[in-house]
Structures are given as C-alpha cells and as structure tokens.
Design a protein around this ligand. Structure first.
Ligand code: ATP
Length: 233
C-alpha cells in the first residue's frame, strides 16, 4: 500500500532521516521503533507532506512525494500527530467536524461522525465539552477519532501511548488492533516497544535517521538490539 524508498529529511544542515526505505502492506500494522530524536516523527511528517523530503513515496501505486499535505490526506492517508494535538478551546464536536469537513460534506460527514461516536462512546458523552478539559486518554481518543474523520485507508500514529496511564495505554493498543481488524492499515511509531511489537506484523528500528534492523514483531522482540535498547526493564 505504501512504499518508501531512500527517504531523506534535512533541517538546514542536519540530516534527520537518511535513506529510509520501508514498506507497509495493505491490512497490516507496521511499527517504527527508535529512541528520541531517531527521526521517527520526521519520517511520518515527510510521508504526509508536512515537511519537505527527497526520495520516493508511493501510495497505492501513485507517487505522492512532493504533493501538498491536503492532497495526501484526500488520497487516504491521515496522521495523528505526537502529543494529542487537539484544539483545546473547541468542543469535541468541533474538533471532529474539523477532521472531516474538508473531505466529506452533508450526510456523509454526519454518517462518519456517527461511526466515530459509536467507536468512541466517551466522545459522545463529552460531545459538547471543550477538548482542553478532557483527560489525557480522552484527548488521545479524540485525536485519533479526528484523524479517522477524513476516512483514511492508511493511518499514521505518532506515539499514541506516550504519557498515558497504563490502563489507558491498554485501551489505546486494543483500539489499534480493532482498527486493523476493521480493515485499516496502520504505520505506528512507538516507544512502548513490547506492546507495539505484540500487535505489529512487521517492524523497523530507526537509529540516528537510518534503519538498522527490520523483521517480524517476534523476530524483533527476540533480537539483542531491541532487547537491550527498547525492552530493558
Ligand atoms: P521524538 O520521539 O523525540 O519525537 P523522533 O524519533 O520522532 O524523536 P524527530 O522528531 O524526527 O525524531 O527528530 C529527528 C532529528 O531532527 C532530531 O535530531 C531533532 O532534533 C531534529 N529535528 C526535528 N525537528 C526539527 C526542526 N523543526 N528543526 C531542526 N531540527 C529538527
């Protein structure tokens, strides 16, 4: 579904992503592991056209490198950014509406809203509340629901479990698995390597901008590098 080859991202003279190649087959969950500053967010932001990059990005057979971010969303890729960036002064309803308004109108938009409120009953309860007053877990659910409002076939999730209480982390991983079960394809960036590898079909390890290891979830979980760097208790 997504083929990234030789992706490079530079901030001035600093090379943050250096020749990254990865493949996301339809219907899979693919994880990108790496320490702070390894280049994970830069990779996701480049795929979604939010920052300039060089190299090749092909989505469903079409080259999308260099296209504006709004066109890439329209093609069916949506990013839930790191840090639960909801609009805090807007209501849950308004946040959801903003996620979908550019991609659907009228009845289609209403139907998507209903689907997301069925998927996230807590958001129905909080529908008219200001997003900034929601708990961290609720804000993360809202951020994911807002991404889903654009009707993506490929969802990019940037550290969805970061900073959440353990019980909420469980809910987030259950949700990701259920999205896959419903047919969505997912590229997941995570620091919680053990949970991420459990639900992933395949994974890549990024270090200082380069892929240093890749393999199935179980292969990576058993590798010395991953055990030492990402699974240490
Ligand atoms: P984190 O989990 O901390 O977000 P990451 O793996 O997602 O880490 P990136 O955020 O992609 O890593 O950052 C990769 C490198 O690029 C780091 O060295 C970072 O300092 C640098 N970097 C990221 N954004 C910018 C920017 N806007 N300007 C300059 N350098 C940046």
């Amino acid at each position: 579904m997504l083929e990234v080859s030789g992706l490079n991202v530079k901030y001035g003279e600093v090379a943050a992503v250096k020749g990254v190649s990865l493949s996301v087959p339809k219907g899979s969950i693919i994880v990108l592991l790496g320490a702070n500053g390894a280049g994970k967010s830069s990779t996701l932001n480049a795929i979604t056209g939010l920052i300039p990059s060089t190299g090749s990005i092909v989505f469903e057979g079409q080259t999308i490198s260099g296209q504006p971010a709004e066109d890439i969303v329209r093609r069916g890729i949506s990013l839930t950014p790191e840090g639960r960036r909801v609009f805090p002064s807007l209501t849950v309803a308004e946040n959801l509406h903003l996620g979908g308004a550019a991609h659907a109108g009228g009845d289609a938009l209403k139907q998507r809203m209903e689907e997301e409120l069925d998927r996230f009953p807590i958001l129905r309860e909080r529908f008219h509340q200001t997003a900034g007053l929601l708990s961290g877990g609720e804000q993360q659910m809202l951020a994911i629901a807002r991404s889903l409002m654009s009707g993506p076939r490929l969802l990019l999730l940037d550290e969805p479990s970061l900073g959440l209480a353990p019980l909420i982390v469980d809910k987030v991983f259950d949700l990701i698995a259920s999205l896959k079960a419903k047919g969505l394809t997912i590229l997941l960036v995570e620091q919680n390597a053990s949970r991420a590898l459990e639900i992933s079909d395949y994974g890549y390890v990024l270090q200082t901008g380069q892929i240093v290891l890749h393999g199935s979830g179980s292969e990576l979980a058993q590798s010395d590098l991953v055990k030492q760097a990402y699974l240490a208790e």
